[in-house]
Design a binder for this molecule. Structure first.
Ligand code: AMP
Length: 192
């Protein structure tokens, strides 16, 4: 099983590229943002708790997200490969993921980090908000807070994986197709 993290700030294209990878390689896509939105839609206790953070563009507390991820991982051990999208977002989450994978005798094979300039991210997210209906994509100050949280809390995760020699940076400002080709170039080395 290949364990891949698609890493990058909000709006860098993780979700879109994860879908492309799923189509080509039949990996399982685990997006903590999607899982949280599903919990919110179903008005579960977890969803109601997460909503307070997500509406403001803040990170949902580690223990909530880690517990949710553990359940998902436990139920999908037969997957050919997994793409983690939007997780881990803190070094604490990255360490928890390592521990979970270790109990399954596995580890993260590659972290593909999409690089996109902040102003391009704001522009992309506002455009997405106009069609997606996602409340956190419609308000520029919420978008800017999400990007700030990325730089303050999430970007150290890249250093964590760099120290483990699994980080690979990918330019993410080209077209969807161009970025996908760059990602596939990396993936071909992992999938025989
Ligand atoms: P996303 O769909 O990945 O952009 O995530 C949307 C929102 O869900 C984020 O702004 C956070 O509030 C929350 N979220 C998603 N994944 C995580 C995570 N791994 N840790 C904390 N909060 C998260």
């Amino acid at each position: 099983m290949i364990n891949l993290i698609l890493f990058g700030p909000p709006g860098s294209g993780k979700g879109t590229q994860a879908e492309n990878i799923v189509k080509k390689y039949s990996f399982l896509h685990i997006s903590t943002g999607d899982l949280l939105r599903e919990e919110m839609k179903n008005e579960t206790k977890l969803g109601l708790k997460a909503k307070n953070f997500m509406d403001k563009g803040d990170l949902v507390p580690d223990e909530v997200v880690i517990g949710m991820l553990e359940d998902k991982l436990r139920n999908n051990q037969q997957a050919k490969g997994i793409i983690f999208d939007g997780f881990p977002r803190t070094v604490n989450q990255a360490k928890a993921l390592d521990r979970m994978l270790e109990t399954l005798n596995k580890s993260i094979d590659r972290v593909l980090s999409l690089k996109v300039n902040d102003e391009v991210l704001v522009e992309r997210l506002l455009k997405r908000g106009a069609i997606s209906g996602r409340a956190d994509d419609r308000n520029e100050s919420v978008i800017r807070n999400r990007i700030e949280k990325y730089w303050n809390k999430t970007s150290p995760v890249a250093e964590y994986y760099d120290s483990k020699c699994v980080l690979m940076e990918i330019p993410g400002e080209g077209s969807i197709g161009e970025t996908f080709e760059l990602l596939c170039g990396q993936l071909e080395m992992l999938v025989e």
